[in-house]
Design a protein around this ligand. Structure first.
Ligand SMILES: Cc1ncc(COP(=O)(O)O)c(C=O)c1O
Length: 377
């Protein structure tokens, strides 16, 4: 049985008529930039997430860039980020001329190690950007304490974690600013690029809104050097149809994660591959279900051959990326992140996955593990 890593049609298909009607509404209105769809989406997402301000932007990458600009990150500043994440987190820091100061990961959650964050603070540190990787919160309390002691803001990269929680607090609403992505593969995906900046701080919201449109107010008078970080009205219209379904989709992903745990335990290979762990104080939204094994590359080849969708998120941590050679880090410097990059493999977890498909995934992995065990005996 072929099982794709993600089946967007399964999610979007049932909403086809509603989505096309929403897109037609925008086409008929000819209000393509800002306007009522954006205003309505911002109000709806603010209520859905429980965060005072929701600012619609052009992508998750631009959300991170705009957040950094909103807290006034400048050339020469240091910004602490995990070395194991999607590129945008550190890329945006570098684009502002600031220095990404990288930290190692926690081996259980894949997120930034809070002790390493505390140890990386210097007088030049101007922000901390924890990432809620794969949909699971970073350890926010110690990171927030470190930031408070240093008198600097925390920017949550919640691109993969919309609707997730840490100690009952919504992700993206704990630090000074939160950043989300609506890339189509996210739990809430647009029909193209789109993102969101969130904050409970009125002054930061005002500044982010200003920077979103070239720092312009009134028209053609520029108070700040910003950019064009606007979300298209067409994407807002699509997201307005989809957003009310987010909680149900996340619930389905969480149920699938629980079912994987059962199936792996039943197959007797539960101790041969490491499944994602969910500390009791966090709500993981399973944007990805990432397993670990030292035999990752061979397992990947096996699953590819069996038609089971899988992906490596991410094969190379930032400190080993050619574009960051100038930062001067070396191999071996962040051992947990390097191990995660070598061992992790995402398997299908989308909400519409059926029991039969999940059984096919687990039996393909069990066959691989069995073959390895047979070869060793
Ligand atoms: C952790 C993280 N940050 C930022 C982004 C950037 O989002 P986008 O692809 O919408 O620009 C992503 C996207 O995958 C991400 O995973």
């Amino acid at each position: 049985m072929n099982v794709p890593l993600l089946d967007l049609q399964a999610q979007n298909g049932p909403l086809r008529d509603e989505i096309l009607a929403a897109m037609t509404r925008v086409a008929d209105s000819q209000r393509f930039i800002m306007g009522p769809e954006i205003d309505a989406l911002e109000g709806e997402l603010s209520a859905l997430l429980g965060i005072k301000h929701a600012i619609a932007v052009s992508s998750g990458t631009d959300a991170v860039l705009l957040a950094l600009m909103s807290v006034d990150i400048k050339p020469g500043d240091e910004v602490i980020t995990p070395t194991y994440s999607f590129f945008a987190t550190a890329g945006c820091v570098a684009r502002l001329g600031a220095r990404p100061v990288l930290v190692d990961s926690d081996p259980v959650t894949f997120n930034a190690d809070p002790d390493a964050v505390a140890a990386a603070i210097t007088p030049r540190t101007k922000a901390i950007v924890p990432v809620h990787l794969f949909g699971q919160s970073a350890e926010m309390d110690p990171i927030m304490r470190t930031a408070e002691r240093a008198g600097i803001p925390v920017i949550e990269d919640a691109a993969q974690a919309i609707g997730g929680a840490y100690k009952s607090r919504p992700l993206g609403g704990i630090g000074a600013i939160g950043c989300f992505s609506f890339f189509p593969s996210k739990n809430l995906g647009a029909f193209g690029d789109a993102g969101l900046v969130t904050t409970n701080d009125d002054a930061l919201a005002k500044r982010a809104r200003l920077l979103r449109t070239h720092g312009m107010q009134p028209k053609y008078y520029h108070r700040l050097v910003g950019g064009n970080f606007r979300m298209d009205a067409m994407q807002a219209a699509v997201l307005r149809v989809k957003a009310p379904h987010l909680a149900g989709w996340t619930d389905a992903r969480r149920k699938n994660a629980a079912r994987y745990r059962e199936l792996f335990a039943e197959s007797g290979i539960g101790d041969k591959v490491t499944l994602p762990r969910e500390p009791h104080d966090r709500v993981h939204i399973y944007n990805q279900f990432v397993i670990r094994t030292p035999e990752r590359d061979a397992l990947k080849r096996h699953l590819d051959g069996e038609g089971i969708g899988n992906e490596i998120y991410y094969p190379v941590p930032f400190h080993l990326q050619p574009c960051f050679a100038y930062l001067g880090y070396g191999r071996g410097e962040f051992p947990e992140a390097e191990r995660a990059a070598a061992e992790s493999l995402a398997i299908p977890i989308y909400g519409e996955l059926t029991r039969e498909q999940q059984e096919a995934v687990v039996s393909a992995i069990a066959a691989f593990v069995g073959r390895k065990a047979g070869a060793l005996s």
